[in-house]
Design a protein around this ligand. Structure first.
Ligand code: DQA
Length: 152
């Protein structure tokens, strides 16, 4: 569907390896499985899905900068390891106005190593989801949909 509104889903480094990477932590679903499930949710709504993955911080920043021009009303972001390190991605998100931001992690980062407890994104997000595996993406997507539609 070619809607005027979009939800941008950003996936950071190493998430292209889902399905083969640390299966005990991240599960067996691939990033393509996640894309397909969000794509079928989007097809039920008048919303476009922009789904991207990059191992490069600068590409993620560029994607955020271009978001509003593309009609993005909500961002679901799993910045992966950049979550814990990137002031630049935080600052890029702060350039946006009127865009709902949901931070998502497959694993419960607070149950893991201490360096993962710090996020540069949580306190500038509308919601944070961690530890629900790939389902967290679906909840986050539905939450953003509700916000866009004004029903939550
Ligand atoms: C992750 C958690 C991060 O700490 C890690 O670097 C990732 C994935 C998650 O989805 O659980 O790559 O964001």
């Amino acid at each position: 569907m070619n809607a005027e509104k979009s939800i941008l889903v950003i996936n950071g480094p190493n998430l292209n390896k889902l399905g083969s990477r640390e299966l005990n932590i991240y599960g067996e679903q691939t990033l393509e499985d996640i894309r397909l499930s969000l794509s079928s949710l989007a097809s039920l709504e008048t919303i476009d899905l922009i789904f991207c993955q990059s191992n490069s911080e600068s590409e993620i920043i560029d994607e955020i900068h271009e978001a509003e021009q593309k009609g993005v009303k909500g961002i679901l972001i799993n910045a992966a390891a950049f979550t814990h390190t990137s002031i630049a991605i935080r600052d890029a998100l702060l350039t946006l106005s009127n865009v709902f931001i949901v931070e998502v992690h497959l694993s419960n980062i607070f149950k893991r190593e201490k360096f993962r407890h710090q996020s540069y994104i949580s306190d500038i997000s509308d919601a944070v989801i961690a530890g629900m595996g790939s389902q967290g993406y679906e909840y986050g997507f539905k939450f953003i949909m509700g916000k866009i539609n004004g029903s939550t």
